[in-house]
Design a protein around this ligand. Structure first.
Ligand SMILES: NC(=O)C1=CN([C@@H]2O[C@H](COP(=O)(O)OP(=O)(O)OC[C@H]3O[C@@H](n4cnc5c(N)ncnc54)[C@H](O)[C@@H]3O)[C@@H](O)[C@H]2O)C=CC1
Ligand SMILES: O=C(O)CCC(=O)C(=O)O
Length: 411
């Protein structure tokens, strides 16, 4: 099942529980606007190449649309549409004044130079600058994009519309960003992972964790949980995984990746295993923090972790979700588990608009407060109705968006 169909499935399950009527259901599940643009750019060898980029704006009932920008060879319109809809429910679950959007460019960042990446980004913004903006739609980082890309987005947007740092979040601290945004998604997933352990009466110091993906999100969640006393037994990137049942040294892995610009595969610790094997090891908590669609009908019966934290977007298919729920696996859903990123983006955006800045301690404490409130609401809803955390999170998100839509009027 493709990502948009999967998100629609989760949406419909919750909409059934809420008895959302058909016309409102159509309105809430149909994206507001979908844009595909051609991205012609000059390669370093002087040739003209052409890529495709997308921006899908899903819903704006609760505020300007918000969501990251993915640079990955697997990007297509269906994926971006699914990711945009996840943003709508995510922003509502954590009660941010945002709607949902997402963008993507079909490109392998490992195969283009930094100068080419800049040209690609600027040409992409040429194509979408008139549909984004600080009060309309605000991009941010996702797979393959980082603070350099955010800087080019801001710079190119400003050429058309004048200085406005609030057009994009996830910027460098020295360039209108805020301390704590870069770590926020992983840290947030870590804070919520501890809540899930608490819910199941697990001691973090007796909990083993496997993390798939060691980019922005995976590296920060691994570090946070390692500092909280968990044993990080496996980590990976797209090239392979390292596994050590007695635990890996996360600090050493972070230095290895940062200093040697090398992959996890080359790490001199643990056994080399594949990403598929990582998902199936005997571990207390599994944290997918890379791409979507990694736990499906094909491998669900071999997943052994009793707790899963979806730091990635859409890592578990509906079939696998149903199967794992029936087996009693506790799953913290993406629309809550990785909401720390958009929460810190909201802090950055609000501060950009008012030209002030919080320090790291304030960002961290507000992040924790926001996520804890959302977690408490979701777990209370799940307990009261005896339903999964995912269904509860969707119900809260849909209820909020539906209410805003009804206040707005449907005509
Ligand atoms: N960056 C953010 O603030 C947010 C990111 N997310 C989600 O978190 C996930 C990771 O995003 P980032 O860490 O930002 O991306 P990133 O680009 O910084 O890191 C991605 C990681 O995944 C690995 N990877 C890529 N393809 C893979 C494959 N086929 N198999 C296994 N590993 C693979 C890469 O090697 C890298 O370690 C994505 O699902 C994204 O949508 C969710 C919320 C916010
Ligand atoms: O920080 C943001 O605005 C959005 C992050 C994002 O793309 C996501 O939560 O999936």
């Amino acid at each position: 099942m493709r990502l948009f169909e999967a998100t629609q499935h989760f949406f419909n399950e919750a909409a059934d529980q809420l008895a959302v009527h058909d016309s409102l259901r159509d309105l809430l599940s149909t994206p507001l606007r979908e844009v595909q643009v051609q991205i012609p750019y000059e390669t370093d060898s002087g040739k003209t190449a052409c890529l495709v980029g997308y921006r899908v704006q899903h819903n704006r009932a609760r505020g300007p649309m918000k969501g990251g920008l993915r640079y990955h060879p697997g990007v297509d319109l269906d994926e971006v549409r699914g990711l945009a809809s996840l943003m709508t429910w995510k922003a509502a679950v954590v009660d941010l004044p945002y709607g949902g959007a997402k963008g993507g460019v079909v490109v392998d960042v490992a195969k283009v130079s930094e100068r080419e990446l800049e040209r690609i980004t600027r040409r992409f913004i040429d194509g979408i600058h008139d549909i984004i903006g600080p009060d309309v739609d605000i991009p941010a980082p996702d797979i393959g994009t980082d603070q350099r890309v955010m800087a080019w987005i801001m710079s190119q947007f400003n050429k058309y519309h004048g200085f406005n740092p609030g057009v994009v979040t996830g910027k460098a601290v020295e360039h209108y960003g805020i301390p704590g945004r870069a770590e926020a998604t992983g840290r947030g997933a870590g804070i919520l992972a501890l809540k899930l352990m608490q819910r199941l009466n697990r001691d973090p110091r007796e909990t083993s964790v496997a993390v798939q993906g060691f980019g922005n999100v995976g590296s920060h969640v691994a570090r946070f949980l390692s500092e909280a006393g968990c044993r990080i037994v496996a980590i990976s990137d797209q090239y392979g995984a390292r596994y050590a049942p007695q635990g890996l040294d996360v600090g050493q892995a972070l230095r290895h990746v940062a200093q040697q610009k090398s992959s996890i595969k080359e790490l001199n610790e643990g056994n080399l295993i594949s990403n598929d094997e990582l998902l199936e090891i005997e571990v207390d908590m599994l944290i997918p923090a890379a791409i979507g669609g990694v736990v499906t009908e094909a491998n669900m019966t071999r997943i052994k972790a009793p707790m899963i934290v979806e730091a990635a977007n859409g890592p578990i298919s509906p079939e696998a979700d149903r199967y794992l729920n029936a087996r009693g696996v506790a799953i913290l859903p993406d629309i809550l588990a990785n909401a720390g990123g958009v929460t810190a983006s909201y802090f950055e955006w609000a501060q950009n608009r008012q030209h002030y800045r919080w320090n790291l301690q304030r960002v961290r404490s507000e992040l924790e407060r926001t996520l804890t409130t959302a977690y408490d609401e979701v777990s209370a809803e799940a307990d009261a109705r005896n339903i999964s955390l995912r269904l509860a999170a969707y119900m809260i998100g849909i209820r909020r968006v539906a209410f805003a839509t009804s206040l707005d009027g449907m005509n």
